[in-house]
Design a protein around this ligand. Structure first.
Ligand SMILES: [Zn+2]
Length: 577
């Protein structure tokens, strides 16, 4: 999913993404010998047509043929169509231009109404024996290694012949994908002679891995499974893109997301001001509905992206009980069995020896504009199973945590900003929430990046209670967020009666900052406006008159050496302990 959104963003912004890697160095991490199986996000797997035949061609992703003639032919109608759409509102020519551009690629990827592939196309690499990073590199296929920054972090500890790329057929539903993952894991264990694998699964791959753990977890073949922003319960953004829900992308959020994708601390807020939001949203809706929807409706993955209620609603409208019969059987199973009982399934896998870690993000509105707490791409509820307040609001003052999954009344699973109740998450004791981190952006975050390598490869973080350095709720620490704050004598997100100072850290790699103001209702801060905080440094802000059960602190700062940009504000919430 992350990939799809970044393609859209990049196309819209005419930028390319730049990948700059840094290796997390955690001395105590020691590889325990388990091979790692890596699953990437939606649309990530490369595809070939007619594999092994004379007509073999790469059709998607790495190794795909680049059809320059088609692009050249499509540009004039797209440009003329764009102008005529702007002037007269007629989108016909624009749609046919884009359709000409994408229909060749998507046409080869098409599926039948029963959900099977229309043509002889498969992901590559497909078989375990060709899928380790070492084998890919030896076969001159280094560009088939996905998420190279994350895999680089893993490869700092795990030999590349023990890191296997499992490519889902991301067109198909997860019942099919999880069965093939089961065979793949068996093959990896046979090749390596080991008894267990570790799994790193990102986004859509996280839904595949969760379905595998649900149906095969009790076989005990998994040691650690790290599900990074998994689409376990789907995502409401798909409904928006398919014209079944909202499609109202916020241009300020897009400009910030662009900064994260581009890995730049440059101030891109101007972009949000100049992008014609309404126009781009309308265009996106037309292009998606006209050019992508005809293919998407036969993709099982699209149906698995819908939560149980939406699936039930939309299958009545869009799926035919006769022609789509085989699809319906599988998606009924996925929704009414697997997704509906996921918590139990994951716990059964844990009882069989798996350590499952879920990383979910929150604190960002769902990209399509609905008032849903998300990481921009996936609803926080869908990645974690947790209950969230309507986006922009807090849980009511008299709210009691649901305790439907965690039944220990002494645990506090409510986020310090009182927006998330994790007591009803799939795995309340094994789910970590990062406020403000975008979907799949751990590589830009100095806190979560080393944390998840540790979770994947070691058993040092047992659960959300065991290690104060890794609390259940934490703030994203991407340099673009610039400010991190916690009270000097407390864990992140909390304060107590003896709290006398707020510690403010400058997360930036590039800019020194000065504080303009630190304000909160029910608290007074004494700010030294002349103090300069260098990159990576922190400062203590004395505070008095701390009162109330939770406070919202607004920290406004300016970057030194930048005179043309206005100050930035970061909001941080704290709860009384
Ligand atoms: Zn608990």
């Amino acid at each position: 999913m992350k990939k799809l959104v970044s393609i859209l963003l990049c196309a819209a912004l005419l930028f390319g993404t730049v990948a700059i890697g840094t290796h997390a160095s955690e001395d105590e991490i020691k590889w325990d010998g388990d091979p790692v199986v890596f699953l990437q996000g939606f649309t990530g797997s490369p595809f070939v047509m007619d594999r092994g035949l004379e007509t073999e061609t790469g059709i998607w992703g790495a190794g795909a043929e680049f059809d320059a003639a088609r692009i050249v032919a499509a540009v004039p109608p797209i440009l003329i169509g764009l102008v005529s759409y702007i002037l007269g509102g007629d989108s016909g020519l624009l749609v046919s231009g884009i359709d000409y551009l994408v229909s060749d690629k998507l046409g080869k990827m098409a599926c039948n109404p029963d959900g099977t592939s229309k043509y002889n196309v498969t992901p590559y690499p497909y078989y375990a024996e060709e899928a380790s990073i070492a084998t890919l590199k030896a076969n001159d296929k280094a560009d088939f290694v996905p998420e190279q920054e994350i895999n680089g972090d893993i490869a700092a500890y795990v030999p590349e012949e023990y890191i296997y790329i499992f490519n889902t057929d991301w067109r198909l539903g997860q019942i099919d994908n999880s069965e093939r993952l089961a065979e793949f894991i068996d093959d990896v264990l046979e090749i390596t002679g080991k008894s267990k694998v570790d799994i790193y699964a990102l986004s859509h791959g996280g839904q595949t891995a969760a379905a595998y753990l649900y149906y095969h977890g009790e076989e005990g073949k998994v040691d650690n499974a790290l599900l990074d922003v998994p689409a376990i319960g789907g995502t409401s953004i798909v409904k928006g893109l398919l014209g079944l829900g909202a499609a109202n992308f916020d241009m300020d959020e897009i400009s910030r997301f662009a900064g994260v994708l581009l890995n730049t601390e440059a101030d891109l807020r101007w972009l949000g001001k100049i992008l014609p939001g309404e126009f781009l949203n309308e265009l996106l809706k037309i292009v998606f509905v006209e050019c992508f929807q005809p293919y998407a409706m036969n993709f099982g993955s699209i149906w698995d992206f819908m939560d149980v209620a939406s699936y039930t609603e939309f299958k009545e409208i869009y799926l035919n009980p006769l022609t789509n019969y085989e699809m319906i059987v599988k998606h009924d199973k996925m929704h009414y069995d697997c997704m509906a009982n996921m918590s139990k399934g994951l716990k059964a896998a844990e009882d069989a020896g798996a350590n499952i870690y879920i990383l979910a993000n929150y604190g960002t509105q769902l990209g399509s504009g609905e008032a849903i707490d998300a990481d921009f791409v996936i609803d926080t509820t869908c990645s974690s199973g947790a209950y969230t307040a309507e986006f922009g609001k807090q849980l009511p003052a008299d709210y009691k945590q649901k305790n439907t999954t965690c039944t220990d009344p002494t645990h506090n699973h409510i986020s310090p900003d009182r927006t998330v109740d994790a007591s009803c998450a799939y795995l309340p004791e094994k789910t970590w929430f990062i406020r403000g981190q975008y979907h799949g952006m751990i590589v830009r975050d100095n806190y979560t990046r080393p944390m998840i390598t540790r979770m994947l490869l070691t058993d040092t973080i047992k659960d959300v209670h065991s290690n104060p350095a890794y609390p259940q709720f934490e703030l994203s620490q991407n340099p673009i967020d610039a400010i991190y704050a916690k009270f000097a004598n407390e864990t992140s997100g909390f304060y107590n009666a003896d709290s006398k100072a707020l510690v403010v850290r400058n997360l930036s790699n590039e800019y020194s900052i000065t504080l303009k103001s630190v304000v909160a209702e029910g608290c007074e801060f004494t700010v030294d406006k002349k103090a300069v905080i260098a990159p990576g440094e922190e400062i203590e802000i004395p505070c008095t008159k701390l009162s109330g059960s939770n406070i919202k602190v607004e920290i406004t700062y300016a970057r030194k050496g930048e005179f043309l940009t206005s100050p930035f504000t970061r909001t941080v919430y704290f709860c009384a302990k």
